[in-house]
Design a protein around this ligand. Sequence first.
Ligand SMILES: Cc1ncc(C[n+]2csc(CCOP(=O)(O)OP(=O)(O)O)c2C)c(N)n1
Length: 567
Amino acid sequence: MNKPVDTAAATMTGAEAVVELLKAHGVEVIFGLCGDTSLPLYDALARLPHGMRHVLTRDERHAAYMADGYARVTGKVGVCEGPSGGGATYLLPGLVEANESSIPVLGINTDVSVSSRGRFTLTELDQQALMRPLTKWNAVLDRAADIPRTFRAAFNAMTTGRPGAAHIALPFDVQNAPVERSEVWGDPSLGSCPSRRVAPEAFHIELAAKLLRSSKRPVFICGGGPVIAGAQDELLELAVKLGAPVATTISGQGSISEEHPLAVGVVGSNGGTVETRSIVDQADLVIFVGCRAGSVTTERWRHPAPGKAKIIHIDVHAETIGANYKVDVPVVADAKLALAALSEALSDLKRPLEASAVAKAKAEKFAKFNALAASNDSPIKPERLVAELAKALDADAIVVADPGTPCPYLSAYYPVRKAGRTLFSNRAHGALGYSMAAAVGAHIGRPSVKSVAVMGDGSFGMCVGELETLVRYRLPITMVVIRNAVYGWIKAGQKTGYGGRYFSVDFGVTDHAKVAEAFGVKSWKVENPAKLGAALKEAIAFGGPTLVDVACQPLQEARAPVSEWVA
Ligand SMILES: Cc1ncc(C[n+]2csc(CCOP(=O)(O)OP(=O)(O)O)c2C)c(N)n1
């Protein structure tokens, strides 16, 4: 029988305080998996009238990826939880991905009692040390009185400055100890990102505006920052004013509609092409916006070539600026405020919308793509799959791409037809097996649109257990599995960089459709390219989880969109 909650009492338990604090920060959903040390927390979730939904997963890794996908499409903090020991080590991959991708995700692991520490207690683990290098902020609670301020600090850290992940370890006895009810309060504005915007310094805006006026061929390269900051309108206004092309990283897709005449598409060694690279090479000024200018985006810091173009770098995280390029003007600020301030400073400027170089680059890029996308070859070419997916999905649909074939091909050629987050990938660590769970989170965050996960068979092997979760909640998510029986991306690297000396990259063929059917997922198996479009459309229209197993050309035999296989 449920134990009644005494709301008149001056204290509540630590576990009850945790539930109240999540609610107070606007949390609507928690993804997680139960354990011995989590029993008080689960009991508080069962008893309190909090209104939050708990999504029970089959693996903590996927609970964290779900929280990540949810946070990416809503801008809200994604929350995941698991028990001590293995629960913490399994939650970790999702937390580190979110943290490095600047996505606000809170991981909570319950823990052995404070009073049991150092006594060879089952599952004891130094969660403080484990999570410290992987999260923006983390704490292990030693006493219940610290619960309220610890949760408030975690939400503050996740949604201010550069967003990131936070982790809290919640010992068993701390969950049962009393907390003053009057201390249990939260600020709901800290529940979404960015909760506090940092304005740029006027001096740097003046300098940047001067440089923009004098430049002849400015080019924007947008990372994840503009989408996280909701700066799409401000970016478009400034780009149009300058007549400047807008390129993006993979995480930056959605900064601008890729159908806009100034939108270049993705640049870099994963999703970029020689044509999109040429636009960067023509620039006399590059404006990095919310972008780390990392190895993939810049093809190992060669495009733009150091010293060739002047650099304006806008980022909310001061340390990012200048980490990779000598910067002419640093602008430490929220992307939305910085771009708006630049537009204001250039309010008199109206350059003609000269987009012929972008149009030429896009035409050349898509001429090559379209020729391959029309191929009736079997196994099916990745280009054909991307084209059929684009035809089957509307502009609002969310597509999550795993590493391997999906990420570079989708980011290069799948048309992001609207500004905002509709296509994404786990670009920080690129761990295989992300897309299925991230699509679950995305669906829960934005249930009115279709969510699709595209994965290789390598990725499928790393997330297959989660199919049961999709069936249990009847989630209308479509999974597309690229069947090629190989870790293709790596085999392609062995081909291009190591003289085709293939070593330990091939594995056996799995009938993914049959596996999925065994879980209760409606499935299709496609070998014939002529049947692919219809299968995708049926799967997408079905009201529950679906999977399409597609026999695809292995990456080492395909024409890659990428310029090289080196990250
Ligand atoms: C957890 C993890 N282990 C290893 C890798 C290294 N890796 C990158 S791509 C890739 C191959 C992907 O194979 P698959 O999912 O079958 O897709 P394909 O490349 O064949 O399209 C591997 C092993 C990784 N990204 N993540």
